[in-house]
Structures are given as structure tokens and as C-alpha cells.
Design a protein around this ligand. Sequence first.
Ligand code: ZN
Ligand code: ZN
Length: 355
Amino acid sequence: MLKNRRSRLEPFFEDNRLEAILFTNLANIRFLCGFSGSDGVLLLTRDKAWFLCDSRYTAQAAGEVREAEIREFSAKYEAVCSLIADNSIRRFGIEAAHMLVSDFRQLSERLAGCELVGIGAALDTIRSRKDPGEIEALGLVARLASDSLMAVLPALAPGVKESAVALELEIEMRRRGADARAFEFIVASGERGAMPHGRASDKVLRSGELVTIDFGAVIDGYHSDETVTVAIGSPCAQGREIHDIVRQAHDRAIASVKPGISCRDLDAVARNFIRDNGYESFFGHGLGHGVGLEIHEKPVISPRSEAVVEEGMVFTIEPGIYVPGFGGVRIEDTVAVTADGCVILTHAPKNLIQL
Ligand code: ZN
Ligand code: ZN
């Protein structure tokens, strides 16, 4: 399994003529060697691997890390530099999208004769295609989060605070076995719905308002991400209209997911539909993003994306319309790409639920 994952690094070794790659991004480290703690580095050559951590994590690493020699350090970059020098590594890659400038300076000053090659976020694409075990884990956490939302929805009523909805949802997820919430939930009602990332506030829900709830859980490092927009009582005509347009944009995009379509074209399926219905300027963000060991990862589904959809990718489809002074609607599902389409991992109904 790890051999297969590490083989995805070969193009980076090849194209950049690298002797090693130093990983500092914890999601990439977890993917490549199994370590789930919050501090450590992984150095990989084509045939050797070293995982370095401090004494807080030595026992944990012994239980988790596979196919790498574990070394304990008291000063991280001193240890990394010794390892690089001891193995006569002259040219190695670093994760330019994740390394602090101060750490980069330490490394380059200590390794004067060595070439450090900054590789951008492209390195994160090694996690874009999920293996079957990952898709199972993502399906499990998505199901738990959807079920938790459905259990909490009946409590939404006029007078209930957005923050209370967020808290109840988190408690429900934890009760059902989630390790944590995946991010700070968005519960945005009425005019606040115009803020795509309106975190839950002390505002109370009112009759006739739309409420956008964006939520997710984490189990064993894998995240879920889903959004519903529900109505408290009967919404106004414009609220219904916007919900219907976003729903159709969402459904059309999901129906278009298959290996080979570019992420840009997939974005356009939803964006063009929203444009044709007169709301183009009210949909500012990309259509979706990968979900896995991080809540936002590759691929990016947007008008600027260079990525192409491949079997095994797991990403969100989340069109929205946000009208300042009125409110907004977003509908989000997470899908796993199959050989000829996709399966939807998230399960809350996407029709306009009236509470
Ligand atoms: Zn979301
Ligand atoms: Zn999302």
C-alpha cells in the first residue's frame, strides 16, 4: 500500500532530478508513512525512508509509522541536516507550499553545499486519488455527519440561536463516534446567508428565513464536508427561486462528474447554469475541492483549475448564490469518482426542507 503511494513521487524525483524529498506537511506525512501526530518530518529517497520526531511522539510513531526508520530528535532541523549530510544527499525537494521561511533559512544556512528545490502545492496531488480503504473511510464519516444533521434538524425553529444549532450538531456527531468536527460549522440564517463563510453567531432563526448549514466530521483523520440550505417555515418566492437554481446547478454538475472531464469544465456546468438564470455575479467561489486527510485539498474545481477528474478522486460539488441584503443558498455534496461517473458519499436530502 505505502509502496503504491510512494511510487506517485517518482515524477517529482525525475522531473526535478532529486535525491530525496523532505516532507513537513502532516497530511502528506500521514499518507506516506502513517504517523498521525502533530509534529514530525519525513525524509524519503527512492529506496529509503526516515521519520523524525521529538520524544513526545516516539512511542506513538513506533506504533503507527510503517516502512520508515524512526529517529528521535531534540532539535528538528539539526537532526534533518545531519541525516542529509550522513547520506551524502546533495539535492533534495522541500514542500514550498508548507514550509515556514524561518525553517527554510535554517536548512539552507546549515546545508551550504546542498541544493534545496522548492516544489509547490503540486506535491499534494499525490493524495488526489484515494485508494479503496480511503474511500470507505470517507464514506463512513460522511454518513455519520449526514445522519447527525438529520437528527438535529427537527430542533430548528424560530427563536433558536445559530450557535445552538452548531453546538447540538457537534455534540450529536461526537455522540455517534466522530473524533472531532471537521471545521467550524457555518450556520448562516436570513441576511447572514449572503456570507459564504458566515460562522454560527448568536443571531436567532426567524420564520420565513433560509438557513445554510455547512458541516462535517473527522474520523481517523478523514473529513466529511456537506451543506444544506433549509427553510424555517415558508420561504419567500425569491428564496425558493434561488434554492431551485442552486439545486439544479448542483444536480447538473454531479451528473457530469466522470473521469476525463476537466475540473474547469465541471465548474462551468454549474456556473453557466447559474449565469443563464441571471445570478452569475452572486457565485464568487469555485465549485468544489478535494476532501480527504485535509478538509480542503486537491483537486480544486474552479474556472482556473488545471486538474482533470480521475477515478478515485473525492471532491465536493458546492454551488451557491449569495445576494447581499437578502441572503443565500449553498448546496454541497461530496462525491467519489468511479470508472464511469460518481457515487455521492453525503446523504442529507438536497430538496428544500421546510421546518
Ligand atoms: Zn462545506
Ligand atoms: Zn466544501
